[in-house]
Design a protein around this ligand. Structure first.
Ligand SMILES: Nc1nc2c(ncn2[C@@H]2O[C@H](COP(=O)(O)OP(=O)(O)OP(=O)(O)O)[C@@H](O)[C@H]2O)c(=O)[nH]1
Length: 451
């Protein structure tokens, strides 16, 4: 068995976790309130829920309960929000680790939370002992938050020491930057990203400004709330892990995902799109056809990143369809994309798309609280695109705009100024790496191999 442990850090991680664990419970016939099996749900043959839940008994001979393989780290008020939420009895007390609120907001203070770090590692050890063989860790955080940046980096360093080469995938939220009122978020993000490059195997980029755009444009909300943004991210995560939690077709494990999507270890930032997405009240005459879904996937509006994806080239692309889909239609959809030439691949990766179908009913279990339409079929695209370089470019520019060194010297004690310079240089190097990789040709590759 290959299990996963989910680490939810800071306000973003904790809010999101309550949303996705609620959905995962429903998808696997488990009560979100307390983890007891829903006796009205028939067990499915292809269910692999054990990869994310472990079976527990509160009393000998008592009923079986399902406990998420999950750890939470946040301020007391965030931890309290779990106990008041829709999954209030789902998580054991020892998996909820609280941090002092005075360290909030700044990378360096959160990086130094030694007691909480030890507690987290200890809890992960326990979870690991209760599993057969941990395949990977999934971390959920905002790179702009103090905990989301500093604590996540400290934890990632420790994970490498304590758990060796176990896969690590980050679901990294990029906040909407307000550089005049929250300049610290820029510095947090730069310090976070520079280090994460070496410590993560995969980083799924979730851009709050894109999620907000999807809330207003696709879900037709008047304004974007974190709840709605987290609902979109929850659907993304549900589709992304569908092949792991059930007998799936493509990306059945984090390591398979890494080998499908990552050509060089540090070029592991994944862009993504999802289609279709409608508000619950939307009246549909018919569900979209597979070709239309495929075309929609590659429209800018469907991307969870607010960068111009077409300004870059893909190094890898995996499309996972879900629901009522037949392979012939997938072939048609992909060939329409290829002929439309809207997307370009790097010269050295002509193989193009990897596709798979999961036949689980699409969005069947979307809880009504999500207020998103259930559809019969949909798809998720995961891509490794050189257009990602727009993010490090933007951080370098923002650092100049806010005169970051001045703020750094004042508020980021415990970290050397030279460390900030190094982090900034690493992001500049990242921009160049992506540009070079995009320009490489097959001959360049051949020459590199010969040397
Ligand atoms: N998508 C999403 N973004 C959030 C959520 N909560 C906060 N954010 C954004 O993330 C940014 C900072 O991250 P937080 O997660 O709040 O910070 P933290 O990691 O808890 O660390 P502190 O700054 O120490 O509180 C905020 O400025 C918001 O823009 C959420 O539930 N969902």
């Amino acid at each position: 068995m290959k299990e996963y442990i989910f680490l939810n850090i800071g306000s973003t991680g904790i809010n999101l976790a309550q949303s996705y664990w609620h959905l995962f419970c429903l998808e696997h016939g488990i009560s979100p309130n307390d983890g007891e099996p829903d006796l009205l749900c028939l067990p499915k043959d292809d269910d692999n829920s054990h990869v994310i839940f472990r079976e527990t008994k509160t009393i000998p001979y008592g009923p079986i309960k399902y406990t998420p393989r999950s750890v939470f780290v946040g301020e007391q008020s965030e931890i309290d929000s779990i106990r008041a939420g829709s999954c209030k009895n789902l998580f054991p007390a020892e998996s909820l680790i609280d941090c002092p609120s005075e360290c909030g907001g700044v990378y360096s203070k959160s990086y130094m939370l030694k007691v909480q770090l030890e507690k987290t590692i200890e809890q992960m050890r326990k979870e690991t002992e209760l599993a057969d063989s941990i395949e990977g860790f999934m971390l959920f955080n905002s790179i702009g938050g103090g905990l989301g940046s500093g604590f996540t980096n400290a934890l990632l360093e420790q994970l490498g020491d304590s758990f060796g080469k176990t896969q690590k995938a980050g679901f990294n939220f990029y906040p909407v930057y307000d550089i005049s009122s929250k300049p610290h978020q820029v510095i947090n993000s730069i310090l976070a990203l520079a280090k994460m490059q070496d410590l993560l195997n995969l980083s799924f980029v979730l851009d709050n400004s894109a999620l907000a755009r999807m809330c207003t444009n696709q879900l037709e909300r008047e304004s974007a709330s974190f709840k709605d943004m987290n609902s979109i991210a929850t659907l993304f995560l549900s589709q992304l892990t569908c092949s792991m939690r059930n007998d799936g077709a493509l990306n059945t494990s984090l390591s398979e995902m890494e080998s499908n999507l990552v050509p060089y270890p540090t070029i592991h930032n994944i862009v993504s799109s999802m289609a279709p997405l409608y508000p619950a009240q939307k009246v549909l005459e018919n569900d979209l056809l597979v070709t239309d879904i495929t075309l929609k996937l590659f429209e800018q509006a469907s991307f969870m990143q607010n960068i111009d994806i077409n300004q870059g080239k893909y190094m890898a692309c995996a499309v996972v369809y879900q629901g009522d889909i037949v392979p012939k239609d997938v072939g048609h959809g992909i060939s329409r994309i290829k002929t439309s030439r809207t997307i370009q691949f790097v010269d050295w990766c002509p193989t193009g798309f990897k596709c798979g179908i999961n036949y689980q009913t699409m969005h069947e279990q979307i809880p009504d609280i999500m207020d998103i339409k259930r559809v019969k079929r949909g798809a998720l695209m995961l891509g490794n695109s050189s257009s990602y370089r727009e993010f490090p470019k933007m951080f370098v520019q923002m650092s100049e705009d806010i005169n970051a060194l001045k703020i750094f010297k004042k508020d980021f004690e415990c970290i050397e100024e030279s460390d900030y310079d190094v982090a900034l240089e690493q992001l500049k190097a990242k921009v160049s790496d992506y540009t070079e990789i995009e320009a490489e040709t097959v001959e360049d590759e051949g020459q590199t191999e010969e040397h």
